[in-house]
Design a protein around this ligand. Structure first.
Ligand SMILES: C[S@@+](CC[C@H](N)C(=O)[O-])C[C@H]1O[C@@H](n2cnc3c(N)ncnc32)[C@H](O)[C@@H]1O
Length: 358
């Protein structure tokens, strides 16, 4: 499961890092096949959760008879014993009694309630889980999830826990912080290479820099050394820079300063990659302030970016961003329209002309 709109980028990560094969994707779900399933699946960074596929359909009728189908598919279409074996290999059982939990989420208007669908799964599972397992609403060791989205339903055994989406590096939180999985998608889109300088001019608590760093960790140059990189960032707000310092110290990212992104204390053409999550309109004193802020900060990004350098930005106001970018002549190479915290946002990758002047 991914944030709506990140299916393509998550699919790329699955193919490139796990060697998986994507079977289908859409509506916040990527279904993929792996030859061998082991703990490496938990290292995915753009996914919110990972499940073992039990069964799925695109053909719900929206009528109450779906409940019989859900029960039947749960009872007959999934090899629960095989799935449980893989589950235990990936997430070792905790000591003590095993507990389990059923979860259902449903969007769309159906002739039955979410709880009815959940009970249909429970009936289908009868006799499939060991009788000694106890039901637990909190911290269950085994979770079976049913997700219904319009005519689509998918049922699976959860492999990940909350640490997949909430990273352990985040000691300091800001209300406007970006979700780590979205930051990881931005880091992937930035297409980092060894020896690059990577800037976040409005770094807040530092999530984008953390994910950019983590996307390069463990990578080696052809000479066998870790990728030498320079990560740097800053923010107008001193307390945000302090939050970033706390979060990024463990990654040895120390070049963090209080500055105004509209007037950066950086050399012309000195930066290879920019990742940035400027404030959304509702976070500013007046929503109209977005237009001049984007215009002036994009102009400054253009100045510090090397010719051929790339910038990935996430904004709510796509029009304000595209108008700012038009003025500096960047080429849009790719974008993803996502939903984050109930709000639509655009992630866009731009490239500065290779022979451009600052
Ligand atoms: C949406 S938040 C960034 C959140 C960040 N990506 C994180 O994960 O915590 C936007 C940030 O831009 C900063 N900001 C606003 N105007 C700025 C400016 N002119 N120069 C630098 N930073 C600015 C705000 O203080 C805020 O921390």
């Amino acid at each position: 499961m991914v944030h709506d709109g990140l299916e393509g980028i998550a699919g790329e990560e699955i193919v490139q890092t796990l060697g998986g094969m994507v079977k289908r994707s859409g509506a916040g779900i990527v279904v993929f096949r792996l030859e061998d399933i082991d703990r490496s699946i938990l290292q995915l960074r753009t996914t919110e959760d990972v499940f073992l596929f039990a069964w799925g359909t695109d053909e719900l009728s929206y009528r109450a008879k779906d409940l019989d189908s859900i029960e039947r598919w749960t009872a007959r279409s999934a090899p629960w014993d095989v799935l449980l074996k893989i589950h235990h290999a990936v997430t070792p059982k905790p000591r003590g009694k095993t507990t389990y939990r059923l979860v259902a989420q449903m969007t769309g208007v159906h002739g039955y309630r979410r709880i009815d669908a959940l009970q249909a799964v429970a009936r289908g599972l009868a006799g499939k889980l060991p009788a000694s397992w106890k039901y637990a609403d909190e911290n269950a060791s085994v979770e079976v999830w049913l997700t219904i989205h319009g005519a689509m339903a998918i049922c699976g055994l959860r492999l990940s826990d909350r640490t997949m989406r909430h990273r352990s590096y985040k000691h300091e939180h800001l209300p406007a912080s970006i979700r780590p999985t979205v930051a990881a998608a931005i880091a992937r889109m930035a297409d980092l290479k060894p020896n690059q300088s990577v800037l976040d001019p409005m770094c807040g608590a530092g999530t984008l820099l953390a994910e950019a760093y983590l996307s390069t960790r463990g990578k080696r140059t052809t000479g066998g050394v870790d990728w030498p990189m320079h990560f740097l960032g800053g923010d107008l707000d001193k307390s945000h820079v302090r939050a970033a310092q706390v979060n990024l110290r463990q990654f040895h990212i120390e070049d963090l300063r209080v500055w105004d992104a509209r007037d950066l204390p950086l050399e012309d053409a000195s930066i290879d990659r920019i990742v940035c999550n400027p404030p959304f309109g509702k976070q500013l004193a007046t929503p109209e302030a977005v237009v001049p802020l984007y215009r002036e900060s994009v102009r400054e990004m253009q100045r510090v970016l090397r010719p051929g350098g790339k910038a990935v930005l996430i904004v709510a106001d796509a029009k304000a961003l595209r108008s700012a970018v038009e003025r500096v002549g960047w080429k849009e190479q790719r974008h993803a329209q996502i939903r984050m915290l109930g709000q639509r946002a655009l992630i866009a990758l731009f490239r500065k002309e290779p022979r451009s002047q600052a």
